[in-house]
Ligand binder design. Sequence first.
Ligand code: SF4
Ligand code: SF4
Length: 115
Amino acid sequence: MGIRVDALKCTGCMACEMACGYHRDDAFALLSSCIVAYRTREKKDYFGVILKEEESLVIARPEGVEVRKIGAAGESGGDSSAKPMLLRESCDLCSGMDAGPMCVRFCPVDAIILE
Ligand code: SF4
Ligand code: SF4
């Protein structure tokens, strides 16, 4: 079981990032989130998310999903935000949350599903 993201639906609202930070810290602590909104300055309306899993970074962009094994050559995880993704905790599917995965629950466009 895991999280799957359809970046073509994503609007870059960051609700998943805030919800995940809340799961981690009981506050809207973006730097604690293991899912972050992804965008580029170069392209208009180009959104997606990066998810840190135990052994990989999942980068969901409009053109598709890329999975990078953590520890692979050249992987820094440092281009997504101020705090590198690799320093963050891995997704635990919101273990202990009665409501289930918070990012799935709060994504307003159902771009994240649990499968
Ligand atoms: S399932 Fe929970 S821990 Fe995993 S990315 Fe979503 S909010 Fe974060
Ligand atoms: S909550 Fe949904 S729409 Fe908003 S950034 Fe996350 S995946 Fe994209």
